[in-house]
Design a protein around this ligand. Structure first.
Ligand code: FUB
Length: 326
């Protein structure tokens, strides 16, 4: 009897230390073995930022049951890490239903900090204005709870008439420039951008477009060592391409493919960060379980390497992840 109980007890003990638990509440710790990094649920559309000593990772939650071949996403998730290897899962900080003017769909998002407040820009479906919209939630903590900052959408489909599709107002990416001016980038088939006021919840000028070759969606704006980088999903199934500029208003110079087709997911949605002296490429694929795929995606992390001239080496997607450096 003792012999049968002991190994089971040990197995449970080891599993609870390394595997995140379903229905997690506050700060469930786990250490993933390779990619995908989150193995207990399907996660997509990663966004990350560094605050204090930690990285905060925000994802959508793919909840489509096996056999459903479209997105089913009701909430966003939050994870944090002090070393990119050991992660904590936090209590669900934001749900589509927290936006009273929206009717669902927790699509891609990004969080940024300004003056001690955390602003979460989200893609979501508007209830009364046809199409997708961008909303913004705010919190005093990177792990939430977040609440709708405006009580209405920041961007609606009728504000962008460049294209007739109703889903062009998705995938917000936000940056605060060296001079303190904040910018919001977003789009599908058109890459839009606009200045944000210091309060981070109002536009501070006209909506403009960036011309990028074969832009599909998922713009991610970042700045590093004198260069602005605008990476984005290109074509479909998606690869990730990028452009560089010395000025956030362009001109942007197209630099080619950054990451290849995932193969098991139509989308690839990237986030790029530097943390404790290393650069990281965070993205999703469909590589978890046999049910994984375009609507049951999983967040992965691999190293990103810059060349001396500031251009970026092509990403190598791995199953080992970042535990072993190349
Ligand atoms: O997750 C829904 C949509 O799929 C996102 O908004 C896009 O970036 C793509 O990943």
């Amino acid at each position: 009897m003792i012999q049968t109980i002991k190994p089971l007890y040990l197995t449970l003990l080891i599993c609870s230390a390394v595997i995140p638990l379903a229905g997690a509440q506050e700060a469930v710790k786990f250490k993933p073995a390779g990619n995908p990094i989150i193995k207990d649920k399907y996660t997509a559309d990663p966004a990350a930022f560094v605050y204090g000593d930690s990285v905060y990772l925000y994802t959508g939650h793919d909840q489509a049951p096996k056999g459903k071949e479209f997105y089913e996403m009701h909430e966003w998730l939050c994870y944090s890490s002090a070393d990119m290897l050991n992660w904590k899962e936090h209590k669900v900080p934001l749900r589509a239903k927290d936006f009273s003017w929206a009717k669902g769909d927790s699509w891609a998002s990004q969080v940024i900090e300004r003056d001690g407040k955390f602003y979460w820009y989200v893609s979501i479906t508007h209830n009364t204005i046809n199409g997708k919209a961008i909303g913004v939630a705010v919190s005093d903590s990177p792990t939430g709870p977040f609440k709708d900052a405006l009580g209405k959408a920041l961007i609606t489909n009728d504000m962008t008439t460049d294209t007739k599709i109703s889903w062009d107002d998705i995938d917000p990416s936000v940056i605060i420039d060296q001079d303190g001016q904040a910018y919001l980038f977003w789009g599908n088939t058109r890459c839009y951008y606009a200045k944000l006021k210091k309060n981070m919840v109002e536009l501070d000028g006209p909506i403009q477009t960036v011309s990028l070759p074969e832009f599909t969606e998922a713009p991610w704006i970042h700045y590093r060592k004198g260069w602005y980088y605008l990476s984005y999903a290109t074509q479909f199934p998606e690869k990730i391409a990028y452009a560089m500029s010395k000025n956030i208003n362009g001109p942007w110079v197209y630099k080619g493919i950054l990451n290849e087709i995932a193969g098991n997911s139509n989308t690839n949605h990237q986030a790029i960060i530097d943390f404790k002296g290393k650069s990281y490429f965070i993205y999703h694929n469909g590589g978890l379980n046999t049910d994984g795929g375009s609507y049951r995606r999983s967040v992965c992390i691999d190293h990103l390497y810059y060349n001396k001239d500031g251009s970026i080496k092509r990403v190598i997607m791995t199953t080992e992840g970042i535990a072993k450096s190349r």
